[in-house]
Design a protein around this ligand. Structure first.
Ligand SMILES: Cc1ncc(COP(=O)(O)O)c(C=O)c1O
Ligand SMILES: [Zn+2]
Length: 436
């Protein structure tokens, strides 16, 4: 039996074809009810990269985008060449195009944490990915979707491109602005009223239009930047962010990181990977990383890491356990996931999303791998940042090293010969505190 690749809503079960243009959200998602998320159902094995240095070319055949592009009448060759053409434009703006990023055992970290020679810490280094974090990987399949529609003459906007929109003031906004600039597409970035000057300068430098979003008296609860973003989308802007609830196509390209890890593992001998510690903000990163790794036949335990001052996914795990289990908990959204009431500041400020939008995927990958979530204290966040800089030569940010904080916290329960993965997901920007 051939299984057709498709999107399926993890909440209401609605299906959506991958050949549907602009299929960002579940058809049952509305302005009043955003508690729907389309997740990819794709037969995957065996996973075989072509060896191309560009991961989107190497794993093109596994992308949902490939199904869309084929349905638009594009041949495999023209799909590859479109990826390369857009990638070259990205490289002109970002200084690099998409390339397979480094992955390997880090001896310094492994020694510092007392692992044996067969065990240790494996680091996937995203600090030199496009725009300095993993975020651009999620966004690239959204961009390819738009560009392929234009090429096929199927874009409903003709020559008047609607603006892209994103609510973020961190790595996602910078990556989105960088990609938008590379193809000359206007983008509105919805930021908090008190956005940091240095961050704003970085976004302006990438060509973004900044929309400051003070809380309005008549605003419903929740983040005002998200309210303004949704209004813009309702008025015709294209959602261009990294939350599966707002644009499910972000869940496509993010898997390339996991595919690269699985592909690299194919080529080394020794026991398989035992655990992955991954920092969680909105949750798309962890979902995709794990699904990508699983696609290669590996099943390391996935540990979702949040700070103890903002841990909605850790709470969701506990609530789901009480209310029917942690797998496919989407229909119990209201019982499991709600905004964290009292977010405490942290050095890892990129993962302080008060709601984990892609929580269903995060719970599923932990369940399927016998993993678990962990809320870490600020002392572990700080120690992880400092250790990452002492033991490696990777200039990672505090958010990018937050997964390591989870490993530090759980190290006493982990055997010395286990193989543990962390992803250093973002580079330290000049305005971030120096590690101690
Ligand atoms: C460097 C870095 N790592 C990890 C994350 C978390 O990714 P996600 O929001 O998809 O959970 C973020 C989010 O902003 C980030 O900037
Ligand atoms: Zn739905």
């Amino acid at each position: 039996m051939t299984v057709t690749a498709m999107f399926r809503c993890a909440v209401c079960g609605e299906h959506e074809s991958l050949a549907t243009p602009l299929s960002w959200r579940c058809p049952n998602s509305s302005n009043d009810d955003r508690r729907h998320v389309l997740m990819l159902e794709q037969p995957m094995r065996p996973l075989r990269g072509t060896g191309d240095p560009n991961p989107f070319v190497a794993f093109r055949a596994y992308l949902a985008w490939d199904v869309l592009a084929e349905s638009l009448g594009m041949s495999p060759e023209s799909r590859d060449s479109l990826i390369c053409e857009v990638d070259e434009k990205v490289a002109l703006v970002a200084g690099t195009g998409f390339r397979v990023t480094p992955f390997g055992r880090n001896d310094g970290l492994s020694d510092a944490l007392g692992f044996s020679e067969t065990g240790g810490v494996w680091v996937k280094d995203e600090t030199h990915n496009v725009a300095g974090s993993h975020k651009a990987r999620h966004l690239f399949t959204e961009l390819l979707h738009l560009v392929a529609l234009e090429r096929a003459g199927k874009a409903p906007w003709g020559t008047q491109r609607p603006p892209l929109a994103i609510a973020s003031c961190g790595n996602a906004a910078f990556a989105a602005s960088t990609l938008a600039k590379s193809v000359g597409w206007p983008i509105d970035v919805f930021v908090p009223a008190g956005v940091d000057d240095a961050l704003e300068q970085m976004l302006l430098g990438a060509g973004a239009r900044i929309v400051r979003c003070p809380r309005r008296d008549d605003d419903p609860p929740g983040d005002p930047t998200v309210h303004r973003f949704r209004e813009a989308v309702a008025n015709g802007s294209i959602p261009f962010g990294v939350q599966g609830t707002e644009n499910a196509w972000c869940l496509d390209g993010g898997r390339t990181i996991g595919w690269e890890i699985a592909d690299a593992q194919e080529r080394v001998s020794g026991p398989p990977l035992d655990r992955v510690f991954v920092q969680i903000g909105g949750g798309a990163f962890a979902t995709d990383l794990a699904l990508g790794v699983f696609a290669g036949g590996l099943r390391p335990r996935i540990h979702a890491v949040q700070t103890s001052g903002c841990a909605p996914v850790v709470r969701a795990w506990d609530e789901a356990l009480k209310s029917g289990g942690t797998r496919n908990a989407g229909s119990r959204w209201g019982e499991c996931m709600w905004a964290w009431e009292d977010v405490k500041p942290s050095l890892a400020d990129g993962i302080l999303d008060d709601e984990t939008y892609d929580w269903i995927g995060v719970l599923n990958v932990m369940t399927d791998s016998d993993g678990s979530p962990i809320a870490v204290d600020e002392s572990h966040v700080r120690e992880a940042y400092s250790l990452a800089h002492r033991a490696t030569n990777i200039d990672v940010s505090p958010t990018g090293s937050a997964g390591l904080a989870g490993l530090l916290a759980m190290r006493p329960t982990i055997a010395d010969d286990e193989r543990v993965v962390v992803v250093f997901s973002g580079i330290r920007r000049h305005f971030m505190p120096k590690p101690s």
